[in-house]
Design a binder for this molecule. Structure first.
Ligand code: B12
Ligand code: SF4
Ligand code: SF4
Length: 368
């Protein structure tokens, strides 16, 4: 059944009123070209050990796998452009990717749920999908005319930049409106490539996850030795290829002037890495909260916090030294090895750390 244009608009308006910054529609036919790209990236090793949309490319590029009789995607984007940039406070502050400084996905889901609600009230079926393994979100957004594919592979909207999280409602309602996918607007710009600290961006607009810090800090196991310095102060996410992007910078300037679209919750940008490391496992898992943590393994969080301390140069901070020392004999070998690397980088002799642990075991005060 076809949805009249007025009803299509009312669905989009419901999403915009409930948390979306932009919304549009496209047909729900399978994206064979996208499937071929996902498979080629996986074959070429660019997906590393990631599952996500790579687990089942046939499913993640065909909306009818999510809803039989799928006809249309109502696609939404929620903006999170950082309107202000707070300064770090702790001697070793760890930086959080802008997209994770607040729960922007909750806002996105609220908008998508609102669109799904209207569709269901009109008698249609509707399934919400956002940032899971079900669908390649960017392809839906591109086809719905919400933005163009930047050279850094991100979906860039003229109004919001790439500071967006994306999702869709798959429905069996048909619409007559045909969106025009947006043509490339990067033009001659190539700023994101050299801005990437690890050279992860390919000439074909691909990102090699094996070198992308956003994946390196999520991936289980030790952080590859040759990438540890490049991780710098990042504990979760990486924004370099977005911050270097001129259209993104223009969005930030516009927002900070207008005060509109308040986003980028300032307190979420930095965390005190040493203080978090000294938390017990349950408290650390709670502090990590909604951020992705494979198998809820809090050792990955400790590993990231330790690499940040190792890169901090803050060897004169008692809290930093104490936090590193407390992990050199950690039962998780990945954590212990990372702590030893960080101790060495800070100029703390590991033997010294061992001696400290001996003291601690024999009941003396553990403070350095
Ligand atoms: C796996 C994944 C990652 C991986 C790999 C990233 C990648 N580039 O593939 C890692 C962990 C590295 C990652 C990092 C980040 N991610 Co991520 N990630 C995903 C996930 C789960 C799947 C992406 C996917 O399927 N990739 C498969 C490949 C094939 O897709 P692709 O690179 O987009 O390929 C297309 C383009 O290359 C395009 N293309 C190529 N050449 C050409 C030429 C022309 C002319 C055209 C038109 C198109 C085109 O066609 C390809 C097929 O569609 C999605 C969520 C989802 N379910 O979709 C989020 C998602 C892509 N990530 C997101 C975010 C926010 C990030 C980070 C910014 C987070 C951060 N701050 O750390 C970084 C950015 C890194 C970067 N430069 O991409 C957002 C992106 C929003 C946006 N505006 O684009 C998404 C959509 C999550 C969401 N639902 O909001 N991510
Ligand atoms: S997120 Fe960081 S590491 Fe990944 S491609 Fe962008 S700049 Fe490079
Ligand atoms: S930095 Fe330039 S090339 Fe890269 S995505 Fe932004 S506009 Fe495109």
């Amino acid at each position: 059944m076809t949805l009249a244009e007025e009803a299509r608009r009312s669905v989009l308006d419901a999403g915009l009123a409930a948390g979306l910054s932009a919304a549009g529609t496209c047909t729900a036919r399978a994206w064979d070209g996208t499937r071929a790209v996902v498979e080629a990236r996986r074959r070429g090793g660019l997906a590393d050990t990631m599952a996500f949309t790579y687990r089942n490319p046939v499913r993640s590029t065909d909306p009818s796998r999510l809803l039989r009789g799928a006809a249309t995607l109502f696609v939404g984007a929620t903006g999170y452009a950082p309107a202000s940039v707070p300064a770090p406070e702790a001697p070793a502050s760890a930086r959080v990717g802008w997209y994770a400084t607040d729960d922007f996905y909750a806002q996105l889901r609220a908008g998508l749920d609102a669109m799904a609600g209207v569709l269901r009230r009109l008698g249609f079926r509707a399934v919400v999908v956002a940032d899971d393994n079900g669908l390649v979100d960017r392809e839906a957004a591109w086809r719905a005319g919400l933005g163009w594919y930047g050279r850094n592979s991100l979906l860039l909207s003229p109004k919001l930049g790439s500071w967006t999280v994306l999702g869709s409602v798959v429905t069996d309602a048909s619409v007559a409106h045909v969106a025009q996918p947006m043509a490339d607007r990067c033009g001659a710009c190539t700023a994101c490539g050299p801005a990437c600290p690890t050279g992860a961006i390919g000439a074909d607009r691909s990102v090699d996850a094996r070198r992308c810090l956003a994946w390196i800090v999520q991936r289980p196991g030790p952080i590859p030795l040759d990438l540890r310095s490049a991780v710098g102060d990042r504990v979760y996410g990486c924004d370099e290829c977005q911050e270097a992007c001129p259209p993104n910078q223009a969005v930030v300037v516009r927002l900070s002037r207008s005060g509109g679209l308040a986003v980028g919750a300032a307190p979420g940008r930095w965390i005190d890495a040493a203080a978090w490391l000294l938390l017990g496992d349950d408290d650390l898992a709670e502090a990590w909260g909604r951020w992705y943590l494979p198998a809820r393994d809090v050792g990955i969080a400790r590993r990231n916090l330790l690499v940040v301390l190792g890169n901090s140069g803050a060897a004169s901070s008692t809290a930093v030294v104490r936090a590193v020392r407390a992990h050199v004999d950690h039962p998780d070998p990945v954590v212990a090895e990372q702590a030893r690397w960080s101790a060495e980088r800070l100029g703390m002799a590991v033997a010294d750390a061992d001696a400290w642990h001996e003291h601690r075991r024999s009941g003396e005060d553990g403070a350095p």
